[in-house]
Design a protein around this ligand. Structure first.
Ligand SMILES: [Cu+2]
Length: 345
């Protein structure tokens, strides 16, 4: 018994010292990223990224919302990545859709996507780092499904098993941590039709052996072969909403998929806005989000929101575009999107 107590004490000391001087931690500032936020309760020494496997979250328990989630500033881990990327974060990439063209009819259930990047790139280039499994990439959204990540623009991207009917595709460049570029020209949308494509609506979505898009994006693929078949995904069955390209449109981007370990510490809500400016940016719209059906919150500036405090397990995240009277702005059903995510600590 005495030995157990001694071990607990030693372990506690180990965790404490890991926060201050463990060279393996990524945090230069021992206060961690929570030190940057303006919440009044940041006084715990236990905010290191290391050693918080379990039971250490009492320090995060000062929730400021009914669902136990708290908006925090950009995680330190991401802020440091940003710095290390030099000028890239100030780039203004523009996407040109080469294929499929807006209005095209495709007579195959495999829809090939080809894009060109232009604009002021400042070194921005989509590419997957084979070691980390991460890198700049383009978010590709069929209809209103979760996006797929497209890394190598030198090869086409294949959307497989796209069923007959009208569809939309949306594209915008993203950073390795999935935050979108929000400059004019970054976003593109096309409508196209699949006719006699032979797609099977009953076929379940499956991933290709070499495809890497189904995870949250940080899991390295063990079997990536750059010379293998194109990046791609077998899609869920969907067709386009009746979207008007000239009307206010909110494109849901993040969160999606699974979050593990450090990336689950703060989870980003990110979206693309077309034809709508939020009140905090001089416009008249709001973005509203809610998690697990709890009390909704407004986002009044177009920037990502980082939420801390997700419990392990499945969660639903709903993001909506709201007008000045508090009503949902409809645009083919795309302006209200709910996604399920999984958090694993
Ligand atoms: Cu992404």
């Amino acid at each position: 018994m005495k030995l157990t107590k001694l071990l607990i004490l030693l372990a506690a000391f180990g965790i404490f010292s890991a926060c201050s001087d463990n060279p393996q931690t990524h945090q230069i500032n021992p206060g961690g990223y929570t030190g940057e936020n303006k919440a009044p309760h940041q006084n715990s020494p236990g905010h290191g990224s290391a050693g918080e496997k379990s039971g250490e979250h009492s320090a995060e328990g000062h929730s400021e919302s009914s669902e136990g989630l708290k908006e925090v500033s950009r995680p330190q881990m991401i802020a440091e990545q940003m710095k290390s990327r030099g000028e890239q974060d100030n780039a203004a990439p523009s996407v040109k859709v080469v294929e499929p063209q807006n209005g095209a009819t495709v007579s195959s259930s495999t829809v090939k996507v080809r894009l060109e990047l232009g604009g002021d790139l400042k070194g921005y280039k989509p590419m997957k780092d084979m070691t980390s499994g991460m890198g700049n990439h383009i978010h590709v959204i069929l209809d209103n499904q979760p996006y797929e990540a497209y890394y190598n623009l030198e090869q086409e991207f294949e959307l497989r098993n796209v069923v007959d009917g009208e569809h939309t595709l949306r594209f915008f460049p993203s950073r390795p941590w999935h935050e979108s570029y929000k400059n004019a020209g970054a976003f593109q949308m096309v409508k196209f039709t699949v006719k006699n494509g032979g797609g099977d609506p009953g076929r379940p979505a499956t991933t290709n052996s070499n495809q890497m898009m189904s995870s949250a994006g940080t899991k390295p693929s063990s079997n990536v072969n750059p010379t293998a078949s194109p990046e791609g995904k077998t899609m869920e069955t969907s067709t386009a909403g009746a979207v008007d390209l000239a009307k206010p449109l909110l494109t849901y981007s993040r969160p999606k998929g699974e979050y593990k370990g450090a990336e689950a510490e703060a989870i980003m809500i990110d979206f693309w806005l077309s034809n709508a400016r939020l009140v905090g940016d001089g416009g008249e719209y709001h973005v509203r989000y809610s998690v697990d059906g709890n009390e909704a919150k407004m986002i009044d500036k177009w920037q990502p929101v980082w939420l801390q405090g997700f419990a392990e397990g499945k969660h639903s995240v709903k993001v909506e575009l709201i007008d000045k009277n508090g009503n949902l702005v409809d645009n083919g059903g795309y302006n209200s999107t709910t996604r399920e995510i999984t958090v694993a600590k």
